[in-house]
Design a protein. Structure first.
Lengths: 117, 252, 128
């Protein structure tokens, strides 16, 4: 019997988040972080955005995407600190990285819920 | 030492003398620059003509024994397959393989690797009583193709020298050992995949790897250890999800 | 017997010594910017959930020079993430079709196809 280990499941989430970030994030970042703020395109009206985020499907999709992308980033940044900067407090680094991802996911859950109509 | 500089190249060889216990120092040697001369030929020329105390490993001179690996200009290479003319006008740096303790000059201590290899059980494991005495295990050309790439490893350890994760954490099982485990997993005659996964699913197994990919880039035999390690992560993840979803069916 | 071997130390900034190592660490550092962009989007969700005034002031904040600068940098790192992620997938996935291993170009092409479809769908949803 294979021993139960947490690493494979964390790695699976990391990989899923990597795919999500590579596929979904570019267009979202291009629109919301660059095109709208810089005035290349007019941002959607408030009513349009409230409609979009009020839809249960948007809620479900974003609630799926945000946490896995955050865990992807946390996992990778944890190893960047281990390998790139040789940080020795490994447990502390892991707790801060994954803890940050969980806190972000919780905030996403609350605010996505508030935006539901 | 160099009268006709056009026909010579300086080899900057790292020397380490254990009896002195001082840090290694680079020493310059001029050797003839000939079109067909490899770095190993240059080292043999130094040993024969200039300093017989220079220590380095070599054997076959044809890229098959895997014993002449060194860092040439910072890159892990088989010195018998690396031509001096590619580094002209020089100087060309010749250092011991990175990430290993140095015994003397260009000779490194490979005990860690020798101890790791058997841990992944790189031999055919059967779960029946069939042995060689009952006749050979038959295999189709397609079944051979499935693992052939991973069986080309010559244990030269260039991948360990290229792997920053192994340099930082010597407990990491490392590229060649995991690629060899994958070689037997993919062998149609073998039934040992679960036993190997039990070893590699451990913390020191595959999880330290961050897919730098350098092991695959430096491999002189195109084995692709980086690919093997990622595929082991996929296997481990599949196993874990199955164990999570079907706790009773898992394991047997 | 004392250990007479020399143990080479690993330098703190070992990844500055080789181009491929440097690119690797930059690839890994993209994680920080992925996290930032997700946080940015979560803050946008928060603004929408708090009403029209909060939504308008979000755009004012998103247009401040330092936010724009971070977002430009973050987008560059995100492109690095996407390109490297797609390129490395064929090595990690042993996908077979009728016993034959799928060529790397097919897997990479399929991923860019997916990116295109997802991007077009999201852009249509947001901009229509």
């Amino acid at each position: 019997m294979t021993k139960r280990r947490i690493e494979p499941l964390v790695w699976l989430t990391f990989s899923g988040g990597g795919v999500a970030a590579a596929t979904f994030l570019p267009v979202l970042a291009l629109l919301f972080a660059l095109a709208f703020p810089l005035g290349w395109i007019d941002p959607p009206s408030y009513d349009r955005m409230a409609d979009l985020l009020g839809h249960p499907l948007t809620f479900l999709v974003l609630l799926g995407l945000f946490p896995v992308m955050l865990i992807h980033a946390a996992h990778r940044f944890r190893y960047t600190l281990y390998d790139g900067l040789q940080v020795k407090h490994k447990l502390l680094v892991a707790m801060l990285c994954y803890g940050g991802a969980l806190a972000g996911s919780f905030a996403a859950l609350v605010w996505l819920g508030n935006a539901l109509t | 030492m160099t009268d006709e500089s056009d026909d010579n190249i300086t080899m900057r060889v790292t020397r380490y003398r254990p009896d002195k216990n001082d840090p290694p120092v680079p020493v310059d040697y001029g050797v003839p620059l000939r079109k067909e001369w490899t770095v190993l030929d240059g080292l043999n020329h130094i040993k024969a003509e200039q300093d017989e105390s220079l220590a380095f490993r070599w054997s076959c001179r044809m890229g098959i024994c895997g014993s002449c690996g060194m860092n040439v200009d910072g890159e892990p290479r088989l010195t018998c397959a690396t031509f001096l003319s590619d580094y002209a006008p020089g100087p060309v740096r010749v250092e011991p393989l990175a990430n290993f303790p140095v015994v003397k000059d260009l000779v490194v201590d490979i005990n860690d690797f020798m101890e790791k290899l058997p841990r992944v059980k790189p031999w055919i494991i059967r779960d029946d009583d069939v042995t060689e005495i009952d006749g050979e295990y038959l295999q189709t050309p397609e079944e051979l193709d499935a693992y052939k790439q991973f069986s080309m490893c010559i244990n030269c350890m260039l991948c360990y020298a290229a792997c920053p994760v192994y340099g930082l954490d010597p407990d990491f099982m490392g590229p060649a050992a995991i690629a060899l485990a994958e070689r037997y997993d993919l062998d149609s005659r073998d039934h040992g995949a679960r036993e190997r996964l039990d070893v590699l699913i451990e913390h020191e197994g595959v999880w330290g790897c961050t897919f730098v990919g350098e092991c695959t880039r430096v491999c002189p035999k195109h084995v692709d250890p980086a690919g093997a390690i990622q595929r082991y992560k996929v296997k481990a993840a599949k196993e874990s999800v199955m164990a999570f979803l079907l706790p009773r069916a898992a394991g047997r | 017997m004392s250990d007479t071997r020399y143990h080479p130390p690993v330098r703190l900034f070992w990844w500055t010594t080789k181009r491929s190592y440097f690119l690797f660490v930059m690839r890994e550092l993209s994680s920080l910017f992925v996290a930032w962009l997700v946080l940015f989007l979560i803050l946008l969700v928060r603004a929408v959930s708090r009403g029209e005034a909060a939504y308008e002031s979000f755009w004012d904040w998103a247009d401040t020079p330092w936010v724009v600068a971070i977002n430009l940098l973050a987008f560059a790192f995100l492109v690095l993430h996407t390109v490297t992620w797609f390129n490395l997938t064929p090595q990690a996935m042993d996908l077979r079709l009728r016993g034959r291993r799928l060529p790397a170009s097919a897997i990479i092409g399929a991923q860019y196809g997916g990116l295109l479809v997802v991007s077009a769908a999201i852009a249509w949803l947001v901009l229509r």
